[in-house]
Design a protein around this ligand. Structure first.
Ligand code: FUL
Length: 456
């Protein structure tokens, strides 16, 4: 049975069932049901185009916004890239409270949290069996502390998705750079995922400041992830789950495809060009959407001297429009301080940012769902922004669109764009006093499918 026949069959049997259950169905009712039946049966399933997202990538795209926590010896040394020779005793949070991180992230509207379980210095925030540079070697809590476990408990308590960052580059491990390291690193990944997973995302950093980057066994590392966290979306410069957006300043390309060619490329020094990471590729062979990573202060790790660099609400709103508003997920880093708490100023800023988003998107003036490439909506109040979503389960198709407003009987263009993808947010230059808003997809790889159109 073809997809079309199957859909028609389901509709016919459902309608029969419906008619039989309703003993006192009116003639109009029967005609309406049959009309519905015919329309649905005659409309084929939407066309797909190109590589498609997996179920896990679709769920991940809906998360949109989550917290990054860089925490480790650097929190205490003031360095950003620890050398790996630090005394483990330097890691000594006085009031570690991972529940505070999770509660803050949740209240900020974030949908998950990712911890640097091991950064480039190699220090493991859990007592790893594969390293001598861990919390177990530290005098913090007499070597009995375990940050990854604490965060897991907090995430379980608040039913909050957790992810993990484990740096391949390791400036401490004696086997780094030798043939043995690949297996050591795979064991390390499996250990974290087995003991504290499953995770919604695994973050693999491409950074490597060393002169020599060893030949990493990526398939082995991916297996260690998927064997233990089968639904994890793996981040790296080249995915396979999601890709780095090519900068750490918080913006994706205005044109942003979820497709990328990764054949022959690797995370790090052998990654695709920055512009390609930033915009994706219209004809890319794999579905690898962008993730925008950016710290709320100038640095990734807590630093006693950089509070003045805390981003303003306006900066954060700009980042929102240039990341989530361009079809990406936003992972915003908020670094715990030397107490092991998120600093008060940063938490307050997160809440201000949440309030600003809530206020901006408070009033839906018109909306519709599941339409093709031409949508007209009536509006009764001046509007300032439109949010489009493409139904990406059928692939990413839209190449160009315009947004027009009917003002005093005349259509005028108020916005235009190229790609849509999971979400496209387009603020108008000024508030528009229109009676109607019209979206027209002007170019598309295949029959476009707008999952939602909302005017604010
Ligand atoms: C970079 C790293 O070198 C930074 O320290 C940080 O972890 C950031 C998220 O990725 O590549």
């Amino acid at each position: 049975m073809s997809n079309f026949e199957f859909r028609a069959y389901c509709i016919i049997s459902k309608t029969k069932h419906h008619i039989m259950r309703k003993t006192r169905l009116s003639t109009e009712g029967i005609i309406a049901s049959l009309a519905l039946l015919l329309t649905a049966a005659c409309s084929p399933a939407p066309q797909t185009y190109g590589p498609l997202p997996t179920e896990d990538q679709l769920k991940w795209a809906d998360m949109e916004y989550y917290m990054f926590c860089h925490f480790g010896p650097n929190t205490f040394s003031g360095l950003q890239w620890g050398l790996g020779d630090e005394d483990p005793d330097i890691f000594n949070p006085s009031e570690l409270d991972c529940e505070q991180w999770v509660r803050t992230a949740k209240e900020a509207g974030m949908k998950g949290i990712i911890l640097t379980a091991k950064h480039h210095d190699g220090f493991c925030l859990w007592p790893s069996a594969y390293s001598d540079h861990t919390v177990a070697q530290s005098s913090w809590l007499d070597g009995k502390g375990d940050v990854v476990k604490e965060l897991r408990k907090a995430c379980d308590k608040y039913d909050f998705p957790m992810g993990v960052y484990i740096s391949p580059w390791d400036r401490n491990h004696p086997s780094y750079g030798t043939d043995e390291y690949n297996q050591v690193f795979a064991n390390t990944i499996a250990e974290v995922h087995q003991n504290y997973g499953p995770f919604f995302e695994q973050w693999f950093d491409g950074a490597n400041g060393g002169a020599h980057v060893p030949a990493y066994d990526w398939p082995l590392f991916h297996k260690a992830v998927y064997d233990n966290s089968p639904h994890a979306v793996i981040f790296s410069d080249v995915g396979p789950g999601c890709r780095w957006i090519g900068n750490e300043s918080g913006w994706a390309g205005e044109t942003n495809w979820c497709r990328l060619d990764v054949e022959g490329f690797e995370p790090g020094k052998n990654a695709p060009a920055t512009k390609i990471l930033n915009e994706g590729q219209p004809d890319g062979a794999e579905w690898i959407p962008g993730e925008v990573d950016v710290p709320i202060r100038a640095d990734w790790f807590y630093n006693t001297t950089n509070e003045s660099t805390l981003k303003s609400v306006d900066d954060l709103m700009d980042i929102w429009f240039s990341s989530v508003g361009r079809g990406c997920s936003l992972i915003l880093n908020v670094a715990p301080d030397q107490r092991g708490l998120l600093p008060q100023a940063d938490s307050i800023r997160l809440m201000e940012f949440k309030a600003a988003r809530d206020a901006y998107f408070a009033k839906k003036l018109a909306s519709c769902r599941n339409k093709g490439g031409n949508v007209t909506l009536k509006v009764k109040e001046p509007c300032k922004c439109i949010v489009l979503q493409e139904d990406i389960k059928y692939g990413q198709k839209i190449k160009a669109f315009t947004v027009e407003a009917l003002v005093a009987g005349e259509w005028q263009k108020v916005a235009e764009g190229t790609t849509v993808g999971h979400k496209r947010i387009l603020p108008f230059d000024a508030s528009v006093d229109a009676s109607k808003i019209r979206v027209t997809v002007t170019d598309s790889f295949a029959e476009p499918m707008l999952k939602s159109v909302t005017v604010y």
